[in-house]
Design a protein around this ligand. Sequence first.
Ligand SMILES: CC(C)(COP(=O)(O)OP(=O)(O)OC[C@H]1O[C@@H](n2cnc3c(N)ncnc32)[C@H](O)[C@@H]1O)[C@@H](O)C(=O)NCCC(=O)NCCS
Ligand SMILES: Nc1ncnc2c1ncn2[C@@H]1O[C@H](COP(=O)(O)OP(=O)(O)OP(=O)(O)O)[C@@H](O)[C@H]1O
Length: 196
Amino acid sequence: MLLVGLTGSIGMGKSTVGEMFRELGIPVYDADAEIHKLYARGGAGVEPIRAAFPEAVVDDQVDRQRLSKLVVGNDAEIERLEKVIHPLLTEGRAAFFEKAEKEGHTLVVLDIPLIFETGGENKVHKIVVVSAPAPVQRERVLARPDMTAEKFEAILARQVPDAEKREKADFVINTHCSKEETFEQIKALVEDLKNA
Ligand SMILES: CC(C)(COP(=O)(O)OP(=O)(O)OC[C@H]1O[C@@H](n2cnc3c(N)ncnc32)[C@H](O)[C@@H]1O)[C@@H](O)C(=O)NCCC(=O)NCCS
Ligand SMILES: Nc1ncnc2c1ncn2[C@@H]1O[C@H](COP(=O)(O)OP(=O)(O)OP(=O)(O)O)[C@@H](O)[C@H]1O
């Protein structure tokens, strides 16, 4: 089974492109959605996080904002968090692969926002990076509710730069165009990958 990593910096169109793969019948594993499930009330991550970061759990669920304040920008604390979360993610991913294999899929997509930042690039066969010019990215992100220029700059500063992602990619999807045009790029890419 061919494992394709999908990534891109904030606002570049990763979620939109992930949906396009799904529309074409390709199973997509969404790392961020899995983390949300782990952190929700009753999720498998709540008690392990409570043990490691007691202040991050409120009302029996993980408060991402609080957790973020405790770990983001502190390498040692991020590492401590990853030691708790990554084994749980690995379990869920194994279940995803098993299901896809049973259903006869030969190609799956893993939507992993921080694939380069977390060393995930060695765990997939091909990497697709979604990209658009910086001013387009900025305009998209600043249009979101609760977003400020400061917040955007802080997130950008912690992500591997777009230029470096593009360099490391096997395929770059341009999202500075209509969604129809992006969908055409995805259809062509899927044909290429299936014939690879
Ligand atoms: C730290 C958490 C709570 C922050 O959540 P929040 O919703 O506030 O923001 P988001 O997820 O977009 O992350 C914001 C920024 O935090 C930094 N960051 C988050 N996780 C990591 C990490 N594992 N390594 C390095 N930087 C990280 C990045 O700079 C990122 O851009 C969350 O990202 C988390 O639980 N991360 C641990 C799980 C993980 O390794 N995720 C990576 C994707 S698979
Ligand atoms: N051709 C295109 N392809 C993809 N997205 C597009 C395109 N044209 C406009 N957009 C818009 O750009 C925005 C990209 O948002 P999306 O949530 O897909 O990005 P993301 O990379 O997943 O962001 P984040 O990293 O914050 O999760 C959306 O509002 C989408 O409608």
